[in-house]
Design a protein around this ligand. Sequence first.
Ligand SMILES: [Zn+2]
Length: 297
Amino acid sequence: MIIGNEIPPEIDVEWFPIDKYNLVINRLKEQGITVHTSDLISVEDMLLIHTEKYLSGFLAQGGDKRINLNDMYGGMNLSRTAIEIIRHMVGGTVLGMHTALETGWAVNIGGGFHHATASQASGFCHINDIAIAIMKARQEGIKKAMIIDCDVHYGDGNDIIFGEDENVFNLSVHEFGPNESGDTYENLPIQSGSGNYVYLESLASILDEIFERFTPELILYQAGVDAFERDMLGGLSLTIDGMKERDRIVFTEAFEREIPIVATFGGGYSEDINDLAELHTNTCLMGIEINKEETVS
Ligand SMILES: [Zn+2]
């Protein structure tokens, strides 16, 4: 199931390509694909991860309609509408988790806020939807979860939140970040300019390796598209087909192992917003393609 809420037209964000979400929704609808809306995440649910002090500051904002560039660094200057958009997206990842537990998979058009910690926003991430979804899954009896984070930026927020937690495996395959591993984490840097082959081989082999060590009952996939060759921040040089193959590898791992998976969008900073629309739409379509095979077999 695909989940997403239309972004209100008046919202305007410096630097972050927020229009990509509506473009993806439109592309999917043009293909006759239903996009299900999600509710706002509740304060109670946000408190599963975030501190009361941080949350009250987050919720107390509500200035003008513009989101300041400072938000890239976690500066608090969000509009009321922006706060609602974020809460809807986090609600989407939680709905995606519930859907995945029932049907095997979901893709949330948004979320993937992997930099946010309990008490700090960072890199466009204010509320950590992935972490909240894992905590909500625990209420459903899910013990072991795995994060597969393919954004080019290191999933540091999740590492900080779950670093000591033996029931959450955090895999971050990134261009910018540490190279280290432990019992329940693996930080795998890929060299700039690597291109499709090196990236996809590295991803496939690390997945094989970590599934030997850890058997999750739920996968949270951060499907950031900043590994694309025309990305302005990332330099991993994957082509459109390489990005599709990356999504195929991750969805197929989950499908073949019968592990529910929820994908979130994460980052993506191509100059041409149509690149982002295409890449993120492809992630949704790959989710559908891989999981349709389930109903056939
Ligand atoms: Zn990123």
